[in-house]
Design a protein around this ligand. Sequence first.
Ligand code: ZN
Length: 271
Amino acid sequence: MTVSIRASLLISAIAMAALTAAFAAPEKGDAANASPSEDDAKAAPHPAHWTYGGEAGPEHWGELANANKPCTVGLQQSPVDLSGAVSASVAAPIPKWIPTHGGQVINNGHTLQVNVTNAGGVRLDGKDYALKQYHFHHPSEHTIDGKVYPLEVHFVHAAADGDLAVVGVLFDEGAPNPALDAIWATAPVKEGEAAMAAEIDALKFMPPKVGVYRYEGSLTTPPCSETVHWTVMSNTITASPGQLAAFASLFPWNARPVQPLNRRYILKTAG
Ligand SMILES: [Zn+2]
């Protein structure tokens, strides 16, 4: 199950120099790299530094800050392996996203994230959630029956009361996804942000069939807050080997390991 990941990492190592050219010049993000002043730091303390490996890696996230306690003691953590799902006739929440101009593409040191406004959203169990941002994980965080995918995109939505609904879509290796090119081309190579020039239609990241997995979970990064209604599309989309390797050249591994399901059920709709 790790063969495709190994392959893409290998491609990444071999082709890193060439692929880095696919990303925007780093100077676009330099302003955001400036160190905050002492006053800024006091007014808005940065969250504890965390990583995907080593002493600040996932098994230590809960120790890095009090706010991160759920990462260790939470019983509804994400991601999870999507297996043993219970077939259910719950509604498949279908995103109604609006193509956006002028979003921000951010390299936050953990992922590439696209921040958007007025981008539509999703209706889930009678409640509206607005799309705020989407970002990527390599390899996938969610797995299906133990299978790891090379890339996963998370669409993060918030309701007016602060409830979160995240929609995840898994990528297989295959045909290129044109919507990725515009994001990759805009993304700063180093930490920072850049304005998106091209129109992005996030619906290009939706598989044609609408079956979903749903479960109650958490943010997959610190502070691992258990406030997320998760939807993961049960059908995959594709990205080309080059697109996958380009992301992996910046983020060789930015996936939290799967977490225990504990007393939760995963629901699965047909499709
Ligand atoms: Zn995520």
